[in-house]
Structures are given as C-alpha cells and as structure tokens.
Design a protein around this ligand. Sequence first.
Ligand code: LMR
Length: 401
Amino acid sequence: IWSAVPAGPPDPILGVTEAFKADKDPRKINLGVGAYRDDQGKPYILPSVKKAEEIVRSSQPDKEYLPITGLPEFTKNAALLAHGADSSVIKNGLVSVTQSISGTGALRIGGAFLARHYPHSKVIYVPSPTWGNHIPLFRDSGLEVRFYKYFNKETVGLDFEGLKADLRAAPEGAIVLLHACAHNPTGVDPTQAQWGEISDIVKERKLFPFFDMAYQGFASGNTTKDAYAVRHFVSEGHQIALSQSFAKNMGLYGERVGAFSVTTASPEEKARVDSQLKIIIRPMYSNPPLHGARIANTILSQKELYSQWEGEVKGMADRIIGMRETLYNVLTNDLKTPGEWGHIKSQIGMFSFTGLTTPQTKALAEKAHVYMTADGRISMAGLNGNNIEHFAESVNKAVRG
Ligand code: LMR
C-alpha cells in the first residue's frame, strides 16, 4: 500500500537532535533545538516548577477530562500574563482563550480559526526568516504563506525599511505574523519605537496581527518588558490573535502547555468566538492534557511562587546573556576569529544567528561534533563553561576554512 510514499527529509530543527544523539563522540554539543540547559549542560527543571508539582500532587487531584478549551483558571492567568492586569481587554472580559498543545498547538488552532472565520484574507505574512515550522503549520491550516523582509545580512540586524515596505505592499486585510519578542531564529527584535511604526502600518493597511509569544521573559528576563509589543498593539486599539508557550519560560517543554487567544469587540462576540474555538478543537484532539496546565496555573496564581518563578526566568536569561559575552570575547579577543561578532552580544533570547554558512555548519557537525541548524542558528542555552572553548575553537577553524 505504501510503496509510493516518498521518504521525507528530517525536520530542520528536531532532526538535528536525532543526528546529535547518533554521534558517540564525548565532545559533542547540541545547539540545535531551543531547549534550555543549565551550566552543566543538563536539562533544567525550575525549582518553582518542582514546588508547584508538589502542591498539585498533595492536593490529590482527579484525572477527569478537562473542558475542550482547557483548565479555565490556567487560561485566565495565561491571558493575564500576556496582557497585564491593567489591560482593557482583560478588565472588560474580551479575551477569548483556549489552552493549547504548547506554542505549536496554539498557532495551529489560530491558523485553523483564521482560515475558517477571518473574513478578509487567507494570506498570512511571516518574517523572512522565521521559525521553520511556521511555514508548513500555516499552510497545513489552509492559509497562503507569504514573506515580509526582516533580517539584513549585511548589518546582521533588522531590515526595518524592507519590513515596512513589504507590510505597506501587503493586500489590505492580510494576516501578519509577528514574533512578540526574542525573534526565532535571528535574535533580532524591533525597538519599542519601531513597534510603534509597525502598529501604524498594520492599522493603515488594515492588516490582522497574529503574535507568536513563545519566549515571554526569555528575551530580557522580565515578563512585562517582553510583552511590550502585544500590550502596545492592544492599547492602540488593534484586535489581535496570540499564541503563548510555557515551554521555554517555565521549562515545561514536554508537558506541552500553551494558550491561544483572540481579543474580541464585545462579550457577546467573545462568546461566539469561544464556541467556534471548541468546534475547531474537539475533532482535533478533544481536550488538552491536565498536568502541565495545573503546574503552570499553580505558579501563575500563587504570589510567592510567581515571584520565585520570575527570578528563575531571569536567571535563565542572564546565564544566556553571560554566554553571549563569553563567546564574543573568546572569538574576538582570544582567537581573533575573522569577521565581526558583535551581533552575538546584541541579539537576544534563546538564539544567535551566527552568520555561519550551511557548508560551515555541516563541517562543524562532521569534524567537531557541534550540531546546529543549517541556517547557522545556535541555541545559546546549549553553551556552558565546559563546552564553550571547544565550540569557539571549532567555529574559529570552520571560519578560517
Ligand atoms: C526551536 O525553534 O528550536 C524550538 O522552538 C523548538 C521547536 O519545536 O522547534
């Protein structure tokens, strides 16, 4: 039956982990997938998460099905984290929100919802480059994916003029996907002033903003600061769609905790959107998993635990910032590696877009057992005091050819 099924390529990001696992060299380093590691290179369970798990366990909760849109306290608190308690859409009960299978699931529900109910367009503009999975994800949701300029290779920074020109040229009503903070893969974010200009263009062109916020807290170490773009757009009167993930900021990767929400114009409209989200989700996976949402909700709802968690997010962000500093110093000062490496320090979030070419990334995997995505993106969190020398020396060799 399956003789005509063609073999597909490995996933550009998760396939890197497979290649890394197959490598038996003790010096190997995985900088592919964006998953935080501690300074010993080990997966990190946040102490606040451990405490929350204890609290959940001691309450001896049942294992009943959640409602289709998930744990209501969790979704309420997720929306609050994104928008802030002062937000008019929170105060007026205008956020239609559902739990999701982490960020990807949120984007997929969003894609399906927009494909079915957004009246003005089936076209979504994503930045070039963007997280690789955005493209098949939105295509599979029934949207047409187009690109807007984002990254300038020459300046290794934001191509703001290109971005503005492309958004201005987008057909009226098109959907535009915006990375709320810690842009993946480039680590380059617009400034607050630039977000202001983007908001104006989105308004002028009547575009529909869909924010992907997978790294709230990870960019700056501050969840409020990282929510700036989302909150600014809402305060400017935009209705938005929003995908949230708790994979990175709570380290709940495999627990698959996220939320998808849309802001609506009235409580009555919200109720109708709520009903349609259920209709989309029920035949997809019926209802979401319990455990991770309970953990996240315990953290979000208990004041002390929440403050502890905020400190831990900052701790992760700071360790990454420290690694950027060290890597820059080793490449520039110690090894005098040809090229300009200032972007390693200026980029933010989980990733650095190194500028390494695909052949260089291949050589690094084959010769130095250093794994990263083919576009030269490295997960900064995979670096630590024990492996940074090997990494920097290997990059130095790869760059010198
Ligand atoms: C990444 O970009 O590495 C992460 O968002 C993990 C993933 O699912 O791709």
